[in-house]
Design a protein around this ligand. Sequence first.
Ligand SMILES: Nc1ncnc2c1ncn2[C@@H]1O[C@H](COP(=O)(O)OP(=O)(O)O)[C@@H](O)[C@H]1O
Ligand SMILES: [Mg+2]
Length: 320
Amino acid sequence: MRVAIFTDETGWHTRQLQAALRARGAEGRCIDLADCRIDTPAAWHGLVIPGFGRALPDAAIVRGIAGGSFEQVTLRLGVLHALRELGVAVYNDARAIERSVDKAMTSLLLHAAGVATPPTWAMESAAQAERLVTRESAAGHALVLKPLFGSQGKGLQRIGRVDGAHVPLPPLEGCGGLAYLQRFVPPPSGAAPGTGFDWRVLVVGGHAVTAMRRVSAHWIHNVAQGARCEPAALTPDLAALAEQAAATLSMDYAGIDLIPTPTGPQVLEVNGVAAWQGLQRVTGFNIAQALVDDLIDRRLARARRPVAVDPGRGRAARQA
Ligand SMILES: Nc1ncnc2c1ncn2[C@@H]1O[C@H](COP(=O)(O)OP(=O)(O)O)[C@@H](O)[C@H]1O
Ligand SMILES: [Mg+2]
């Protein structure tokens, strides 16, 4: 079995995936989506995936998609969409990745599915955004302004009522001409300084499998921003909420960020191309192996289920 690992950088994660694939008798090849192309005369399916000749991979794992122009990213995602349309299992599917990369779409889908998440707004009108910030600030709330496609805690700002003072909305040119705003969830009252945290829960194949706390003095608790990782108990409410969030976005696997509130945890973010090096340090099993096992034993096994002919309609129907 030959599996494409789509990534724009090779390193610890891709080596972990390759070793886990080898342990299952499969080969993992790292390919940059930017090096793939559509070439309709080249093969019946019209795709060229370097290293696979005229063939298609048996499956694909998406580990990283480089940023680029709108057109470049569309073509890169197009390759993932095409693979799915051609019957290749893509782990996670491009539709799920698109929904999770767009923070506004994630918030809307979580809210509509009844998954606990802080109140969130996204709008292009600076006037509307300013009115919202004034209203929220008057009610004593801070808001978090986030880049729509952000990651690793980069570019987040607190505005509105911050530490007793009013912080105005900055010009929206710095955020792609729109405001994605989420009500700030303050740390639990009485928490000692430096003990603020959120949770990262990993969901694989529909099941929450491990959790950690990300602890730091700063209100942004990403590992990339210096938070330390501590093991955390996967309580039933945390597991259920993370599983609901992953299912809402149709994720094969996902890293869910959750924050404690007085009424229970709430989902901040769903990561469809999640890193797991920090989580691996505090987890007792091999995460890459869990991902590869889920790909092979669930996703690929489902795809290989026997196809029966439906005589009534004269076409193939997949057995349920
Ligand atoms: N609404 C919020 N209330 C409190 N803290 C938040 C909120 N939104 C984000 N944060 C903090 O910022 C971190 C990064 O936010 P997140 O939405 O996960 O974006 P990123 O994609 O950059 O990780 C979170 O893990 C959390 O620590
Ligand atoms: Mg996050």
